[in-house]
Design a protein around this ligand. Structure first.
Ligand code: ADP
Length: 410
């Protein structure tokens, strides 16, 4: 293995695996830290953790364990993947994990770049934009677990990290890899360790990738991984894929703006059942019962808890943020188990945390990467009769659910 990656959630990890696969690397996404060595021939391993919203101390411990496994596989470079909307709180977990990985690897210039131009995320003047809005005006300020209230990555990361945060501005990035390298060196000389690097176009990410050739640790969204495979002699290709037949189920525990639009669109032409947080928490419904209703209702059924921010806030005020999130995640996890037991072979999940719960509950060890459904979302194969699409909240076009079902199989 050449490139060792640690993802702080499952959808983000498949996004990264997708980017690396498209750029020609042989990639496997692992669910958690594998208990055995990787198969020979795997060039990039993506260890997916569910560490974005857990206690920072635990997130650091899991990330260091993942690093240890990747080091044992022979990797020469490491990547810490977090969300392209920098999902984190003032206490973590991006800063503490990046600090710990940098220390463990002796990395003194650590790129911080969540840019993903293909999905409208750009970093300019140290600030993160979602399309034409600053991050904190993009809807992400209402995220149920990691409300993003500041778009300035230098300021937000500085609160979380013990290291000084530097910056390489777009004007330098536009001058190419040599200039970026020089600027990283200058920031290092000025005592900075984490260095936010601006990027607004894929070309910028390719140059940053070139500049990162000798760096031990890179952190960011999947975009900044675009330029890494060619440092390992890989070139773009299309992954192999065999479509999967059989029943499909769509599960949505994401309350992000794009997901809510996808749900609104899907319910107009497909069977759908809303899962109310109160009903889950007060045990008025069961996963088996909801599944039965969904599967009996017609093609491409959707079960969703996706709600508007004011509804989510009311639930959180009443039951507690974590309690509500855990109850709903566990409900989706149980639903997925019931679905597989009932013969469902294609599962589409919206939501990073939600996807993590589902994949963990199904005890899936690794996933191979298929074709891209929408930017950042690949089809995934988990076994001979089970395929997935795991979608981060804000990814995908409005018709994502039916599009994903079509890509997963006939
Ligand atoms: P995204 O990718 O959009 O961030 P996630 O699945 O990562 O989606 O996060 C959404 C979180 O919100 C999950 O923990 C989920 O359980 C929780 N959640 C989902 N629906 C509701 C709801 N109706 N009320 C409160 N919390 C909810």
């Amino acid at each position: 293995m050449k490139l060792g990656c640690i993802g702080d959630d499952f959808t983000g990890s498949s996004d990264l695996a997708n980017t690396l696969a498209k750029q020609g690397m042989r990639v496997v996404q692992y669910s958690g830290i594998p208990s055995r060595d990787a198969d020979a021939g795997v060039e990039a391993g993506v260890v997916s953790l569910k560490s974005r919203s857990i206690d920072p101390v635990e997130a650091v411990a899991q990330s260091l364990k993942a690093l240890e496994w990747l080091r044992a596989q022979g990797c020469s470079q490491f990547f810490f993947k977090y969300c392209s909307t920098f999902d984190s709180t003032p206490v973590g977990n991006i800063g503490p994990v990046a600090d710990a990985l940098a220390e463990a690897l002796g990395a003194d210039r650590v790129i911080v770049c969540p840019a993903f131009p293909g999905t409208g995320r750009s970093v300019f003047q140290g600030c993160l934009f979602v399309n034409d809005r600053l991050l904190n005006e993009s809807g992400m300020e209402n995220h149920p677990l990691t409300p993003m209230t500041d778009a300035d990555l230098r300021r937000w990361l500085a609160i979380q990290s013990t290291f000084p945060v530097g910056h390489v501005p777009a004007q330098v990035v536009f001058d190419g890899a040599g200039a970026i390298k020089g600027a990283l060196d200058a920031e290092h000389a000025a005592g900075k360790r984490h260095i936010v690097v601006d990027a607004i176009r894929d070309e910028d990410l390719m140059e940053i990738g070139d500049a990162a050739q000798d760096l031990k640790l890179i952190t960011g969204g999947s975009g900044v991984a675009l330029g890494l495979p060619r440092n390992f002699g890989c070139s773009p290709c299309t992954p192999d894929w065999q479509g999967q037949t059989g029943p499909v189920l769509v599960l949505s525990g994401s309350c992000s703006k794009a997901t809510r639009a996808q749900v609104a669109r899907h319910v107009t032409s497909h069977p759908a059942r809303e899962i109310l947080a109160e009903d889950v928490i007060e045990a008025r419904i069961t996963p088996a019962g909801m599944l039965e209703l969904a599967l009996g209702a017609g093609s491409l059924p959707l079960l969703y808890s996706s709600s508007d921010p004011d509804v989510v806030r009311a639930v959180q005020d009443r039951f507690g943020r974590e309690e509500a999130a855990n109850a709903i995640e566990n409900f989706f996890a149980d639903l997925a188990q019931c679905a597989v037991a009932a013969g469902v072979t294609r599962i589409i999940v919206a939501g990073g945390e939600t996807s993590g719960s589902v994949v963990e509950a199904l005890q899936i060890e690794d996933l191979t990467i298929g074709p891209e459904i929408d930017p950042g979302v690949p089809a995934l194969r988990a076994g001979p009769n089970l395929v997935f699409a795991l979608k981060s909240g804000n990814f995908g076009t409005e018709d994502f659910f039916s599009k994903a079902a079509g890509v997963l199989g006939p």
